[in-house]
Design a protein around this ligand. Structure first.
Ligand SMILES: Nc1ncnc2c1ncn2[C@@H]1O[C@H](COP(=O)(O)OP(=O)(O)OP(=O)(O)O)[C@@H](O)[C@H]1O
Length: 293
């Protein structure tokens, strides 16, 4: 398990990361989201020891993380790391060896993964001759070589087509199934929602929300869509109800609690036909906009 305790980093007067604390439990996939400049990359660099924290600590399995621990972490940095001029299989084999794999194993595993991800015909191609999406596939493969104990991936899904997203998701799931904690950053909120066991939302260097998508939804305001057979304008006068949007027969409302919602429904039934009365589940994007506002 990876734990961050009060991790902070300043650049001069600017506090890029401000007392960030969260955990990535064994076998769990945690999505790290936040707008441009929120501090995700800075946090990941501190996890990997590329950048020293101004304050706070990273712990691995209950102890302060060491250099030896980090050697066993798979890392996909924002700046990427493959050499453009080198053939892809040779390069991944070399990186596998750096992670302690014997050369033959590193080559076999790299070839197997490259083939699985559609690059079986490109083993001897130089990295720079691959499309950006295919370079990205090779980058992800590089980060999972050598049985990593933890995966820290900075925007691994950016630039991947939907098929590659599914293949890479399956690959990461294989690692969590073996107990490996996975932390990845992304701006693709629907993907994070679909894939992750829990989500950390960073805004201006601070954690503003943390939990499963169900937890985050539960903390979002209670909202219903009410559609009647007539004009629904009367909801404006209903006690304890905030009207978010009103368009003829259709209203988006925010009752202060469930009891108020039930009263409103009874009122609507008494006034005539009710076509729809449904709880609105906010998307992760909507929750994100609320917490980052
Ligand atoms: N080397 C640096 N020197 C000065 N400021 C920096 C440096 N690196 C990052 N910052 C600042 O720290 C803040 C956090 O940046 P960071 O790259 O961690 O954000 P991010 O969440 O990864 O953003 P993005 O989604 O755009 O990649 C930003 O305000 C950025 O300008």
């Amino acid at each position: 398990m990876l734990e961050l305790h009060g991790l902070s980093r300043s650049y001069g007067e600017h506090r890029a990361v401000d007392e960030v604390s969260f955990t990535v439990p064994d076998g769990r996939m945690v999505g790290f989201v936040g707008g441009n400049g929120a501090g995700k990359t800075t946090t990941m660099r501190m996890i990997m020891g590329v950048l020293a924290p101004t304050a706070g600590e990273v712990r691995w399995d209950g102890e302060p993380v060491t250099r030896a621990d980090r050697v066993r972490f798979g890392y996909m940095p924002e700046e990427r790391g493959l050499y453009p001029k080198q053939p892809v299989l040779a390069q991944l084999t070399y990186l596998g060896q750096l992670h302690g794999m014997p050369q033959a194993d590193a080559r076999q595993r790299s070839e197997e993964l490259l083939t699985r991800f559609g690059l079986g015909e490109r083993l001897t191609s130089k990295v720079e001759t691959l499309s950006l999406g295919n370079q990205q596939r090779a980058q992800i493969i590089a980060s999972v070589l050598g049985d990593p104990k933890m995966l820290v991936l900075d925007e691994p899904f950016s630039g991947l087509d939907p098929a590659a997203v599914d293949q890479m998701s399956a690959l990461l799931r294989e690692h969590t199934a073996n107990g490996t904690p996975v932390l990845f950053s992304s701006h693709q909120l629907d993907l994070v929602d679909r894939l992750c066991d829990s989500i950390v939302v960073l805004h201006a260097g601070r954690v503003v929300a943390h939990g499963t998508s169900e937890d985050l939804r539960a903390s979002a305001p209670l909202r219903y869509r009410l559609v009647t057979t007539g004009d629904t304008g009367w909801v404006r006068g209903a006690a304890g109800v905030q009207v978010i949007d009103l368009d003829g027969p259709s209203a988006l409302i925010q009752p202060e609690d469930e009891a108020t919602a039930e009263r409103l429904l009874a009122d609507a039934v008494a006034r005539g036909g009710v076509r729809e009365f449904s709880r609105i589940r906010p998307t992760l994007s909507e929750i994100y906009r609320e917490v980052a506002a």
